[in-house]
Write a protein that binds this ligand. Structure first.
Ligand code: HEC
Length: 146
């Protein structure tokens, strides 16, 4: 092999390695500022919440491709997940309200998807993600006593 070609191959290998390693590195940090500490089994909560990210990805993919079945499935999985017991990390009325509002947003997402209403679904999805963020903010504030 000529040395130019060898460099080309080496460059390619480096690029592919980078492409594989960089996302893996950025994924290894939880998006929350703190490690999960609330609840009896923090690891269960962690695994469970990671699954929510997976459902969210389904919804995003569905919205991007106007694949309404995918959106409806992701919304349904999210709503179902929010009824599971591992979701009930805090025993407060505020937390219960956050969960209810989250479920309601998931339901409107699902019904917009069933009506094949892309704009409605996109809007409902923004509402769902807002609820993710609001609840996490609430949990953080409670955790730090702020
Ligand atoms: C009703 C409250 C609530 C809603 C809504 C909510 N979460 Fe969470 N989430 C939590 C709690 C509680 C934790 C654990 C935080 C802790 O223990 O510090 C958590 C943690 C997480 C984590 C971190 C898991 C880890 O690795 O430790 C991810 C990721 C996450 N949630 C994703 C989502 C996504 C995506 C949504 C919306 C689609 C969402 N959550 C909506 C309550 C909620």
């Amino acid at each position: 092999m000529k040395s130019f070609e060898r460099h080309l191959v080496a460059g390619f290998v480096a690029l592919i390695t980078l492409a594989a390693v960089v996302p893996a590195l950025s994924m290894s940090r939880p998006p929350l500022a703190q490690e999960p500490t609330i609840g009896d089994k923090p690891n269960d909560v962690s695994i469970f919440m990671r699954a929510k990210l997976g459902h969210s990805q389904l919804v995003m993919e569905g919205l991007a491709l106007a694949d309404y079945d995918l959106v409806a499935r992701g919304a349904h999985d999210l709503a179902l997940a929010s009824q599971a017991s591992s979701w009930e990390v805090l025993q407060t009325e505020d937390y219960a309200r956050q969960s209810r509002e989250f479920r309601r947003a998931c339901e409107s997402l699902r019904s917009a998807a069933k009506d094949k209403n892309l704009d409605g679904a996109a809007l409902a999805w923004m509402e769902v993600t807002l609820k993710c963020i609001q609840c996490h903010k609430y949990v953080r504030d409670v955790g730090t006593g702020n």
